[in-house]
Design a protein around this ligand. Structure first.
Ligand code: ATP
Ligand code: MG
Length: 761
């Protein structure tokens, strides 16, 4: 007789159900954002287990990040209960690779207790090899070799597979030779790097058919999420394993492929049908996540990409009240953070949880203004996929320099940067400094000053230390003479710190340089170095309660697969998003990847997506007026509200983005690297022209009371004579106003402060 349909299947639509119930043979689910691909995978696992087709340990399930793996385990647990714990093979490519490799280490020349080198260790090793080869490490840095080798590994190439000619990119043709030497050295050290976790497993399988057969037998069913972001090595790895039972189910969305820069290949989707003939390809077209406006905006945007497989998407989420995607502008990044902060507080007052709100940025340096604003407001936030701004290594280093200048006795700071960048002050010297400082009960800096006069320290280190001590004395001497932001720049330059990152060839180095610039920029809001460092001390002191509700701040890249009720998308400006660097380095392909990133961003939103662009941003140390992102032009008018902001701050009136929409198809060359995009130029002119002629409804919420002062036309929200409160200086009276800077007479004396740092007292 007919058995009742289990509960978990009832909660699927017919296509999803087909994807779950087609358990045998290769299946490819190709579908847009929010169509339930991940839900298909978790339900499929539940189904395989519930119907007795496999034991938990016979299922291989691969996801992209550890966070995604945890989430999946959790979702499966909800469906099947504690037996999810038996799923030993649910994880990332790396975590599964390392497990397999440890079991058979001796077959690839390792011992089972081999070490997995992190990226830094790997680079250090490469440096040694470069030097051993007699190559000038300054010209051919280890980081660059690391990038090259990593690229080959992503493509599944061992040293002997590298096509002739390709090795020439490094040190006059020494690339492959160094790659070979590196792999040999790893074996001697009983170590491997991240790339090897896959590459060595592939080699293991190829050279040992019996081992491969064992795993092909074991993995009765294989499942892969975010398939569009697999690289060639991962693909080869999967294909080897799946060729036994051929029960492989991959889910993905070509429009969400955002890791091309790390070697991911969308072509893997096309290869799938070739390598697995007879594969059932299932398309899901119904989106369960977003309102029709959000989906409509995202779907239309992505049609501007040429290289797509193409698909339709619809949503049934019926909500007559549903908001269109909002596009709003601000004067600069501070105002952007301030306005978004207000929006968040307003939503919170309406009963929305902070957990359901996210700010997705293109570049990590954008996070700082949000973090700072939220700290001021007392809004809890968490940064996903990376440290908070002031906790980043490069920021801590830079702050350490500044702290030593202000306070030479700051031993912690001194020790942090005494040999960063490397200047030949090694462990031995530092130990000597410690001993001397302790014996004489003086700070390390003072100990250094004394020791460089003696011959306790070796000649080379002594010179380096003497130079450093002298440099700090020089910088300190200029504290009053030079503006603090300039001094900070001088310090980072003269110390070689900025150069250290400029020389660095790793993928995150440009981001770190951006962060350093952002740090200097943030100092501008303070009168002095002292004031700035005090502020930082307060900001850093904040304890991070992770259990409370909090707004999530993360990059677009780390938002993949996630969803939130409300998503804020700030910084949609040419040069930032799309990123100039991507356009310069990867041309049109880069632009298309940026657009997919925009698609990923918008489709994270369930109910509200709010896009922002600032009219001014500091680029290379100079304030520049920006051009709104071309992606704004590519949004369909009918799903978008251009928010007229009768600016609540700064007396600046954004006149909306003019004839936005009409300009959409004006651009002769959509891939133009110049900023002269005709549509927006016109829009910018209109912006000025329509300054006092609002054409759309103002939706920015203005906190009660502020509007009164602001609509008087004064640039500041405050009036002379008004009593205000400042977190650090306490109560005071406004005595002068200049733009958004107030002079306030505090009990400790007059101070210049930025108006966003005070509240009415
Ligand atoms: P992305 O491409 O962003 O990774 P996805 O295709 O993996 O998205 P899911 O995260 O699985 O989509 O699903 C999106 C949302 O829709 C989730 O909240 C999920 O619970 C819900 N959902 C999926 N399928 C259904 C369904 N048949 N009925 C109700 N809700 C569903
Ligand atoms: Mg998903």
């Amino acid at each position: 007789g007919a058995r009742p349909v289990p509960d978990y299947l009832v909660r699927l639509n017919p296509e999803q159900r087909l994807a779950v119930e087609t358990t045998e043979g290769p299946v490819l689910v190709l579908a847009g954002a929010g169509t339930g691909k991940t839900r298909v995978l978790t339900t499929r696992i539940a189904h395989l287990l519930a119907t007795g087709r496999a034991y938990p340990s016979q299922i291989l399930a691969v996801t992209f990040t550890n966070k995604a793996a945890r989430e999946m385990r959790h979702r499966i647990g909800d469906l099947i209960g504690p037996s999810v714990e038996g799923m030993a093979w649910l994880g990332t490519f790396h975590s599964i690779g390392v497990r397999i490799l440890r079991r058979h280490a001796e077959l690839v020349g390792l011992k089972s207790n081999f070490t997995v080198l992190d990226a830094d260790d790997a680079v250090r090793l490469m440096k040694q090899l470069i030097q051993a080869e007699g190559i000038d490490e300054k010209r051919w840095p280890g980081k660059q070799l690391a990038l090259l080798i990593d690229g080959w590994k992503n493509r599944g190439l061992t040293p002997k597979d590298v096509p002739p000619g390709e090795g020439g990119a490094f040190a006059g043709g020494k690339g492959v030779k160094l790659y070979t030497a590196y792999q040999e050295r790893l074996k001697v050290l009983n170590a491997c790097d991240f790339g090897d976790l896959l590459l060595e497993t592939i080699r293991l399988f190829r050279e040992n058919p019996d081992v491969l057969a064992e795993y092909q037998q074991r993995f009765q069913y294989m499942l892969v999420d975010e398939y569009q972001d697999t690289n060639v090595a991962q693909y080869l790895w999967l294909r080897l394993l799946a060729q036994g039972r051929r029960n492989i189910c991959c889910v993905g969305d070509d429009d969400q492929s955002i890791y091309g820069w790390r070697g991911a290949e969308v072509d893997n989707i096309l290869r799938f049908e070739k390598d697995f003939p007879g594969a059932v390809v299932i398309r899901l077209e119904r989106n369960y996540r977003s309102t029709s406006h959000i989906l409509g905006a995202a779907s239309h945007l992505i049609t501007h990409n040429e290289g797509r497989l193409g698909k339709t998407l619809f949503t049934d989420i019926a909500d007559p009240e549903a908001a269109k995607v909002q596009v709003a502008s601000s004067w600069d990044s501070e105002e952007e953070a301030r306005a978004i902060g207000e929006e968040i507080e307003a939503l919170q007052r309406q009963g929305h949880s902070l957990d359901e709100m996210a700010i997705l940025v293109r570049a990590s340096f954008q996070m700082r203004s949000f973090e700072e604003r939220f700290i001021q407001l007392g809004l809890s936030y968490r940064v996903i996929g990376g440290p908070r701004f002031y906790e980043r290594a490069e920021i801590r280093d830079a702050l350490a320099y500044l702290r030593v200048v202000m306070q030479p006795a700051d031993d912690l700071a001194f020790e942090r940067i005494v040999n960063t960048p490397r200047r030949g002050i090694g462990e031995t010297t530092i130990r000597l400094l410690h001993d001397h400082a302790r014996a004489r009960r003086i700070p390390m800096m003072a100990a250094a000053e004394e020791l460089v006069q003696t011959s306790e320290i070796g000649a080379k280190a002594r010179t380096a230390l003497r130079d450093l001590v002298a440099a700090f004395a020089r910088w300190r001497g200029r504290l009053d003479a030079v503006k603090h932001t300039e001094l900070a720049e001088i310090i980072l330059d003269e110390s070689g710190y900025t150069e250290m990152w400029q020389q660095d060839r790793s993928a995150d180095a440009p981001g770190r340089l951006d962060n350093l610039k952002e740090l200097i920029r943030s100092m501008e809001e303070f009168e002095s170095l002292e004031g700035f460092l005090e502020h930082i001390a307060l900001v850093m002191d904040r304890d991070s309660a992770d259990t409370t509700e909090a707004v999530s701040i993360m990059t677009l890249h780390s938002a993949k697969g996630l969803e939130f009720e409300t998503v804020f998308l700030p910084g949609w400006e040419e040069g930032l998003f799309p990123s100039q660097r991507t356009l310069d380095e990867s041309g049109r392909a880069g632009l298309e990847e940026e657009r997919r990133l925009a698609y990923v961003g918008i489709t994270r939103a369930k109910r509200r997506a709010l896009i922002w662009f600032a009219s001014n941003r500091r680029i290379h140390g100079l304030w520049q007026s920006t051009v709104p992102s071309r992606f704004l032009d590519e949004l369909p008018e009918k799903h978008v509200d251009v928010v007229e902001q009768t600016s609540s701050y700064g007396g600046y009136n954004v006149g909306g983005i003019g004839n936005y929409g009409a300009s959409r198809f004006d651009r002769a060359d959509p891939f133009s690297n110049t900023y002269s995009t005709p549509g927006w130029q016109r829009a910018q002119k209109n912006r000025a022209a329509s300054a006092d002629k609002p054409t759309a409804r103002p939706t920015m919420r203005v906190i009660e009371g502020e509007l009164v002062a602001k609509s008087t036309g004064s640039a500041s929200a405050y009036a002379i004579g008004e009593r205000v409160f400042h977190q650090k200086f306490g109560y005071g009276t406004v005595s002068a106003i200049e733009g958004n800077k107030l002079t306030v007479d505090f009990t400790t004396g007059p101070k210049k402060v930025v108006d966003s740092f005070v509240t009415r007292g």
